[in-house]
Design a protein. Structure first.
Length: 161
């Protein structure tokens, strides 16, 4: 069974986001070993400068390195400039990763300022969920739903219509 790490900067503050994530965690238990890693968000002033933001993203990226540097894993950066894929294409990606020998797929979600360029460059794929902007807490729920949908497609389950 393949492992899936959802590596996030920051914690979910509202109970409804946590409840939604927990529901998908339960559902995904039939398809993968899911781990959600919540990394600490860098503290920034109310109106941070570009250099302060860059330093914070770099610090957060260093905390993601243990997930990215694993040779037997596929790392996917969620970022606005990434490519958009359909649910079926995400399903194929997960299936190909497993068949191709990856023991783990890492999905990286940055803070509200995103991910550092260095972190994105270390990932084999950059993925965008939409042209629209979403709160990064909602992005986690949306990602978990899409991972669940992708595994459901692979399994031929009725969830995906």
């Amino acid at each position: 069974m393949i492992g899936v790490n959802v590596v996030c900067v920051g914690k979910l503050k509202e109970a409804y986001w946590r409840d939604a994530c927990e529901e998908y965690r339960k559902r995904l238990g039939a398809y993968c070993r899911l781990n959600i890693a919540e990394l600490p968000e860098s503290r920034l002033p109310q109106k941070p400068s570009e250099s302060e933001i860059k330093a914070a993203l770099s610090q957060e990226g260093r905390l993601m390195l243990p997930y990215i540097e694993r040779k037997d894993s596929l790392s996917v950066a969620l970022c606005i400039e990434g490519e958009r894929r359909s649910s079926e294409e995400l399903s194929k990606l997960l299936d190909q990763a497993s068949v191709g020998g990856a023991s783990t797929v890492n999905f990286l979600i940055g803070s509200s300022f995103g991910l550092s360029n260095e972190t994105k460059q270390l990932c084999r794929l950059r993925l965008s969920m939409s042209k629209m902007t979403f709160p990064h807490q909602l992005a986690r729920v949306m990602l978990l739903e899409q991972i669940y949908r992708a595994f459901s497609i692979c399994a031929g389950a009725k969830y995906h219509k």
